[in-house]
Design a protein around this ligand. Structure first.
Ligand SMILES: C[S@@+](CC[C@H](N)C(=O)[O-])C[C@H]1O[C@@H](n2cnc3c(N)ncnc32)[C@H](O)[C@@H]1O
Length: 234
């Protein structure tokens, strides 16, 4: 696998250090360029989507924030005196989360985590970290192994089949191309291009089916405003 340039982390560091001049540009194999505003990655509780606020309110016990980014969710939990560990595979993200005051943060990909938790959070399309459909069971099994008895996983994602609709409402989805939520994700920042990544969106039904195959239950907590949802896995 080619090494990431950690442009995401660089952008977070720039923002944290007061060097904000440009946003991250993203695109996918099925969508054009879009801006990801850096301030959004530093959102406070009142700026978060309802789904994320609901997830934070449901978090209890010893919490793991997976793919913490700049640490926005972990910071809010800390303020509520909830014990939280934050992990991210991006060096820049971990440095920023530390600088912002997240007390327990480690540079670590999810599959290398070994402690156990009462709540595991994966937010801002948490299924993205699974990368592709064939990896979902593997990640879910690992997440299950990190759960204390009565523990829960709170994860958000979207049914992106609407992205395959043309203006007349017809679908151009090619069913031979595999699962529609498997995207190639391209990111650039300050004119530099990141190594292409895989990023997975899972519709609720597919997530639930995958959970059942590894002995986990999955319920929908709520729908979001744009084909997105929050799920609770236990
Ligand atoms: C879309 S960002 C979300 C950041 C943060 N949760 C938020 O809501 O602002 C996804 C984050 O997951 C991290 N990430 C991706 N794959 C990961 C993995 N396998 N283990 C841990 N973190 C990962 C990325 O570095 C990035 O910070």
């Amino acid at each position: 696998m080619t090494m990431s340039k950690d442009l995401f982390g660089k952008a977070l560091l720039d923002y944290q250090n007061g060097n904000y001049s440009e946003d991250i540009i993203t695109s996918t194999n099925i969508s054009d360029e879009d801006e990801l505003p850096l301030p959004y990655l530093f959102r406070n509780y009142s700026e978060m989507p309802k789904l994320e606020q609901a997830a934070l309110k449901l978090a209890k016990g010893n919490v793991l924030d997976v793919g913490c980014g700049s640490g926005s969710h972990a910071l809010w939990l800390q303020e509520q005196n909830i014990k939280v560990k934050a992990i991210d595979s991006s060096e820049g993200a971990v440095e920023v989360a530390m600088k912002r005051g997240v007390l327990n943060v480690e540079l670590k990909p999810l599959l290398e985590e070994t402690e156990s938790f009462d709540t595991i959070l994966l937010l801002m399309n948490g299924t993205g970290i699974f990368q592709e459909l064939s990896e979902v069971a593997n990640y879910l099994k690992h997440l299950k192994s990190l759960l204390n008895p009565d523990g829960q996983i709170l994860i958000d994602s979207s049914d992106i089949s609407y992205m395959y609709e043309d203006e007349d409402g017809g679908m151009w989805l090619d069913l031979n191309q595999g699962y529609p939520g498997e995207l190639d994700y391209f990111l650039s920042y300050k004119g530099e291009k990141e190594v292409p990544m895989k990023w997975l969106y899972l519709d609720f039904k597919t997530l639930k089916t995958a959970c059942l195959t590894v002995g986990l239950k999955c319920e929908k907590v709520m729908d979001g405003e744009h084909f997105d949802y929050l799920a609770r896995i236990f």
